[in-house]
Write a protein that binds this ligand. Structure first.
Ligand code: NAD
Length: 265
């Protein structure tokens, strides 16, 4: 017998049109959840939503009113909100060196990775407090927030700030039985990682080559690189009642990379 872990739960997933977010949307739906996908990639997002019996809404998370509309859609569709996944994110292109950092690019990156997450926590918390049934808010952070040198400065800062926000929001929202956690993935072969590799010189990289690289260099589990499904499974756990006593936590889905030097194993 397969245990469905999110029966009748209602979830909003930002950045759910592809990659980690789409994998989470599919897994949540397979586990009985009703899922609203909120993204800027309308064709992809609508296709994923249709395939899982969910809803799609165009939502640029940097715009507070868009995030509010995504949550309103969930409420008008099913009457309540149980799970909010603040997953939308970009890698950024603000330049490698702190000495030449492009501040306009940093601000743009913050508006999505950090402010987008603030918008998600704020409006999900309002809906969940009103619903009086608690809830689970999950934010996709990054191993880059824990270990220097994994990403550009702006991205690293945006995710480190997100980790602080998660702890601080968890403190306030615990009284309403709303749990707030984050996941820190590393080296997941997605479109984001692929285009970041290309932007920084590895123009010939292919999805297959990227998988081989993350399997050998970005994990203690040699030959076993991360997959989008690995991160989706972590999100499922944090969304479900099985993690009911876990809040203010940062769940690393990194093959041990941030705890030990992968090149030594
Ligand atoms: P991805 O590019 O496949 O997915 C990102 C999704 O976010 C896309 O669907 C994109 O359209 C959406 N998005 C981007 N800007 C948006 C905006 N302004 N409003 C709404 N949606 C927007 O990449 P992914 O790897 O699946 O990334 C998902 C999350 O995981 C991101 O927050 C990323 O920072 C984080 N992450 C990824 C890795 C990795 O190795 N791939 C590692 C650590 C953290």
């Amino acid at each position: 017998m397969i245990l469905l872990r999110l029966v009748d739960k209602v979830a909003v997933i930002t950045g759910g049109a592809r990659g980690i977010g789409a994998a989470a949307a599919k897994l949540f739906a397979e586990n009985g959840a009703h899922v609203v996908i909120a993204d800027v990639l309308d064709d992809l997002g609508a296709t994923v939503a249709e395939s899982i019996g969910g809803r799609y809404i165009h939502c640029d998370v940097s715009k507070e009113c868009d995030v509010e509309s995504a949550i309103s859609l969930a409420l008008s569709w099913k009457g309540h909100l149980d799970i909010m996944v603040n997953n939308a994110g970009i890698a950024g292109s603000e330049g490698r060196s702190i000495t030449t950092l492009d501040m306009d690019q940093v601000r743009h990156l913050f508006s999505i990775n950090l402010h987008g997450t603030i918008h998600g926590i704020k409006h999900a918390a309002r809906a969940m407090i009103k619903g009086q049934k608690g809830g689970s808010i999950i934010c996709t952070s990054s191993a880059a927030a824990i270990m220097g040198g994994l990403a550009l400065h702006g991205y690293t800062m945006s995710k480190a700030a997100m980790d602080g926000l998660v702890r601080s929001a968890a403190c306030e929202l615990g009284q309403h039985l709303i749990r707030v956690n984050c996941i820190s993935p590393h080296g997941v072969p997605s479109e984001m990682l692929l285009s970041a590799c290309r932007r920084f010189g590895n123009v010939d990289i292919t999805p297959q080559r990227l998988k081989e690289i993350v399997g050998t260099r970005a994990s203690l589990l040699k030959g076993r690189g991360a997959t989008i499904e690995d991160v989706a499974q972590a999100a499922l756990f944090l969304a479900s009642d099985e993690s009911g006593f876990i809040t203010a936590h940062n769940l690393r889905v990194d093959g041990g990379h941030t705890s030990a030097d992968s090149n030594m194993s």
